[in-house]
Design a binder for this molecule. Structure first.
Ligand code: 6R9
Length: 663
């Protein structure tokens, strides 16, 4: 978010209360209803969550314990209860009118549409689970997915859950190295992938990247690679190890009893960037997670039976887990799944799809909105006005702060000043929405995620953990454990404690890693961005250390590198790398060529989303006398600001001029 945008958030005084019609129709109608739920949670915290757990989750063995804090911060919820996440998404609808309702409307990259009902989806998931079981996948195993956005991706996740196997989905844009690290860290027994993925009319390899990853070593745990043949194109197959979906499903029954697991059983591990070089495997539970996936569908989106829900997130991210693979199904929604990209065949694709499928709830990221604003300003044919958006009743935003200008455009042009916008703040570690308006209750303020959901004890504190008054910026924390929270970092409980429950805050307060401020008048939360070394580029989390490690791994060229973020109008933040080469500082065409080489290298090491936008070369980096890189100075340089900070502790002040000038 740019400094201007932050400023305009702070002075924002436009307020949009829910219309009478919206409020009347809503499940939580009016602020008093919201406050009553908050009061219920405050009065009897455990009783409140137990009620929601009974209402939202189908338990094969009911729980008698609610919250277990005996080994804090390793909290347990509903620990003696048993359930199955796939049964909670699919089987629960069998024998109800939802059984024959459309579960998924899939639109392929090329526009082809496929629909499946809940009954059909259950059959497909069961058959797939039987196939996995026949190849030895069982409860407690880990399975890595590297899949395109397709029905098959959801089927594979659900099939793992059906068997009690823990899935770990890796976004299809990550590199072979990233896949290899995740396979090795999570100890996957199998990989589920596709030969290719279709994006923007292009066929991009997936299977070949899995092959490359496994060939790097450390992946001896992988017995099988299951391959969805998304396209007819050929790919390399390793006999014995590789099994096509057709082979996997051949002869398998469409009946597969769901395997009951403990509430705390790990449903999935999803890797996300942290403030060190190594991504963290965020481990989620089954019971608490499923409770929140369904409840937030009903609260934040006020999901109704007639809704056509569309969350545009990829299943490789947490939003695609909670609001594609689990939440909408558990809540019995009809949802749209889109394989492609918003700009193909043109930048009106989202709006054309809303019209085509009569979408009622549309949930996307600010970065997509900002790029579509730009595209529709240049070409009226792709403007939202060119499509019939009258089916829409609710809009959502997620992934990064939405600047008020983009909010207003979304509100006017997409929602026609009729649809509330829920700006949902949450993180991979949270499992589901944390701070968000409720469409039938909360008066909206552009750029603010407003108030915590009932039961979520979000607060803003200073470094010592003291509550701050409205108007004072500080660290966002959550004071009490909640059911869908992260359970641990896979294989690294110490890092879990240090990252999220630091001793300085008493060891029991969840530290989000974001800065926030509450408005003076309403106490509304505004997220001001990460306060750690994590960047948010187009809604994707990237660790600065991760990118630095990738750069210095180019040992023939790079001596040292420091990465910072700078505000960018389109992507929120942009990656800016300061690089010291093992050769004289290049200029002109040579500098351009080396910068390109480094960008391609980072794409190979991590993935194209991690490519630095700016690369600047210098003889050195600004350092203190003790050798610490002064990142705040680099941040100013990246923004193109004059250095006004105190530079007296700097060992080599002359370096600032050099880094300010090269580009
Ligand atoms: C769900 C998701 C989490 C980080 C988070 C914050 C930023 C997400 C936001 C938001 C402001 C919102 N973030 N939603 N900032 N307003 N509505 O995005 O998870 O990929 O783990 O990212 O994204 O900085 O800490 P994840």
């Amino acid at each position: 978010m740019s400094a201007n945008a932050i400023e305009s958030v702070l002075v924002e005084n436009r307020v949009f209360p829910p219309s009478e019609a919206v409020q009347k129709a809503a499940r939580i109608s009016g602020m008093a209803a919201y406050q009553a739920l908050c009061a219920e949670a405050e009065k009897d915290y455990e009783g409140f969550w137990a009620r929601l757990a009974r209402e939202n989750v189908v338990w094969s063995k009911p729980f008698t314990q609610i919250l277990d804090e005996s080994n804090a911060p390793f909290y347990k919820w509903f620990a003696d209860g048993e359930l199955n996440a796939s049964a909670n998404s699919l089987d629960r609808h069998i024998g109800t009118p939802t059984e024959n309702k459309t579960a998924i409307i899939f639109e392929a990259d090329d526009g082809q549409v496929t629909k499946v009902t809940y009954r059909e989806l259950l059959d497909r998931v069961s058959q797939f689970a039987n196939g996995l079981q026949a190849r030895g996948v069982k409860k407690g195993d880990r399975v890595l997915l590297y899949m395109p956005m397709t029905i098959e991706g959801v089927v594979a996740m659900q099939a793992c859950a059906r068997l009690g196997a823990t899935h770990s989905v890796v976004f299809g844009g990550f590199s072979a190295k990233a896949v290899q690290e995740r396979i090795a860290d999570v100890g996957a027994v199998a990989v589920i992938t596709a030969n290719y993925q279709m994006r923007g009319g292009k066929e991009l390899p997936l299977k070949a990247i899995v092959d490359e990853a496994i060939a790097m070593g450390g992946c001896e745990c992988v017995r099988n690679v299951f391959v969805y043949e998304r396209t007819a194109s050929a790919y390399a197959k390793e006999a014995g190890r590789d099994v096509t979906f057709a082979e996997l499903l051949d002869g398998q029954s469409t009946d597969c009893p769901p395997v009951p697991v403990d509430a705390e059983h790990p449903l999935f591990v999803l890797y996300t960037s942290g403030s060190t070089g190594k991504p963290k495997g965020v481990q989620h539970s089954t019971g608490g997670y499923m409770l929140w996936a369904r409840q937030t569908m009903r609260w934040s989106f006020d999901l109704q039976d007639s809704d056509v829900f569309w969350c545009t997130a990829d299943i490789g991210w947490i939003t695609g887990h909670t609001y594609v693979a689990y939440g909408p199904l558990a809540a019995g929604a009809t949802q749209i799944i889109f394989e492609g990209v918003p700009t193909y065949p043109n930048a009106g694709r989202f709006w054309q799809m809303v019209e085509r499928h009569k979408c009622t709830i549309f949930y996307t990221a600010p970065t997509a909105i900002r790029s579509l604003i730009k595209a529709s300003e240049a070409d009226a044919a792709v403007h939202p006005d060119a499509s019939d958006l009258s089916s829409l009743r609710l809009l959502g935003s997620v992934g990064e702060p939405i600047n008020p200008e983009a909010w207003m455009w979304y509100y006017k042009n997409v929602g026609k000043e009729r649809c509330p916008i829920v700006d949902t703040f949450w993180q991979t570690e949270n499992g589901g929405h944390m701070i968000t308006p409720l469409p039938g209750a909360t008066p909206l303020v552009p750029g603010s995620c407003t108030l915590p959901l009932p039961g979520i004890t979000a607060a803003i504190v200073d470094e010592a953990g003291h509550d701050l008054p409205n108007g004072a910026g500080g660290m966002l924390v959550v004071k009490r454990p909640w059911p869908s929270m992260i359970r641990t970092i896979w294989g690294d409980p110490e890092r879990f404690k240090k990252s999220y429950f630091p001793e300085e805050l008493g060891g029991k307060t969840y530290l989000a890693g974001d800065g926030a401020v509450r408005s003076e008048d309403r106490g509304y939360f505004r997220i001001t961005g990460r306060i750690d070394d994590v960047l948010n580029v187009s809604g994707h989390r990237m660790g600065t250390m991760e990118i630095e490690s990738a750069l210095v791994a180019k040992t023939d060229l790079v001596a040292e590198a420091a990465v910072v973020g700078r505000p960018d109008d389109l992507t929120g933040e942009a990656i800016c790398a300061f690089v010291v080469l093992k050769r004289p500082v290049p200029t002109g065409d040579e500098a351009k060529a080396i910068a390109k080489e480094l960008r391609d290298w980072v794409a190979k090491e991590i993935g194209p989303i991690a490519k630095p936008k700016d690369i600047r070369f210098g003889e050195n980096l600004p350092k203190t006398r003790s050798g610490k890189i002064m990142r705040r100075l680099l941040r100013s340089l990246a923004k193109g600001e004059a250095i006004t900070q105190d530079t007296s502790t700097l060992e080599n002040p002359a370096i600032l001029d050099q880094l300010a000038n090269t580009n």
